[in-house]
Design a binder for this molecule. Structure first.
Ligand code: CP
Length: 320
């Protein structure tokens, strides 16, 4: 693997998930693989799970991980080519990235979208500029439109759950929009849709209110409905996530609490397992009763972030 920006960087999703689950069984099986190598974890935005799980994954492979909170501790970066830097930005990415490429063997970066200009966000300028100028493999810790480490984790968690509780035929996986008080990125939903479609081993349904359509490039292949009750019927997995509007970009049109997933709504499912990437707004997106019930996979899911990161870093090191 040369980089990890989206599912398109993966040749065999099942093989990568199997590798991650093998690391879960034996975390230190490759503890020499990354000896004398160093990864940089650059955060332009906050994180709990991504930051810590990637550090642990690197440590398990014998690598040194250095975290740099660019947003709080670094110079304000400029990303536009040809920018006249007479404003607030202090250092151009074309100067900073090659230096980081000398310091690190792998560069991992988290950025978020502005949610103001859709074309800018969907051009993925921030991460693409690092790829262009760093000269070392780049791993996305979440970009403006995708969150591939989260999605790999989600496939791993579903695979693991199906091993423990097999279902007849293809599992029915439902991505269900949830209310939220703030406009959130589409990254997790886009990425989950992209991965589940590419995986091809599920009956995949996306349900959301009117006007919350996601970009077709990611959802193509899924069944899309505005009827949440119909979507949930017979579901084996329900992935709950809020996202802001894509068409009239970055807005919160409605916050109908009826879309919150409750135990009552799970009654028509096939004892569905419930997933969420976290952090979650309790009793807004998901009720306490669901999150604290045996239906919830969220803690297992977050735990699996380590094995997803370890599998990806391992594949990149082997390719270097
Ligand atoms: N799910 C996720 O990426 O969590 P953090 O934002 O805490 O890293």
């Amino acid at each position: 693997m040369k980089q990890f920006i989206s599912v398109n960087d993966v040749t065999d999703i099942n093989a990568l998930a199997a590798k991650a689950l093998a690391y879960k069984s034996n975390p230190l099986s490759d503890k020499q693989l990354g000896a004398d190598k160093r990864i940089g974890l650059l955060f332009l935005n906050p994180s709990l799970r991504t930051r810590l799980s990637t550090q642990i994954a690197a440590k398990n492979l014998g690598m040194e991980a250095i975290v740099f909170n660019v947003d709080k501790e670094g110079w304000a970066l400029e990303f536009e080519e040809g920018a006249i830097m007479s404003g607030n930005t202090v250092e151009h990415v074309k100067d900073a990235a090659p230096i980081l490429g000398q310091y690190f063997d792998i560069l991992c970066i988290r950025t978020f979208p502005s949610l103001k200009n859709r074309d800018d966000d969907y051009s993925e300028m921030f991460i693409n500029q690092f790829i262009k100028y760093a000269g070392v493999p780049v791993v996305s810790l979440e970009s403006a439109t995708l969150h591939p480490l989260q999605s790999l984790t989600d496939v791993i968690t579903i695979t693991e759950s199906l091993r423990m509780n097999p279902v007849a035929g293809k599992p029915r996986i439902v991505l269900s929009w949830a209310p939220h008080i703030k406009p959130l990125p589409q990254c997790v939903a886009n990425s989950f849709a992209q991965w589940i479609n590419a995986w091809g081993e599920a009956d995949f349904v996306i349900t959301h209110p009117q006007d919350y359509e996601l970009a077709e490039q990611f959802t193509q292949g899924a069944t899309i409905t505005h009827d949440q009750d119909a979507a949930l019927e017979g579901a084996d997995f329900v992935y709950v996530k809020n996202w802001s509007t894509f068409t009239d970009y970055g807005k919160v049109y409605e916050n109908d609490p009826e879309w919150m997933l409750t135990e009552e709504k799970l009654k028509t499912t096939r004892n569905a397992r419930v997933m969420h990437c976290l952090p979650v707004r309790r009793n807004v997106e998901l009720s306490d009763e669901v999150l604290d019930s045996a239906h919830s996979l969220v803690t297992r899911q977050a735990g699996n972030r380590v094995w997803a990161a370890q599998a990806v870093l391992s594949e990149i090191i082997k390719n270097k």
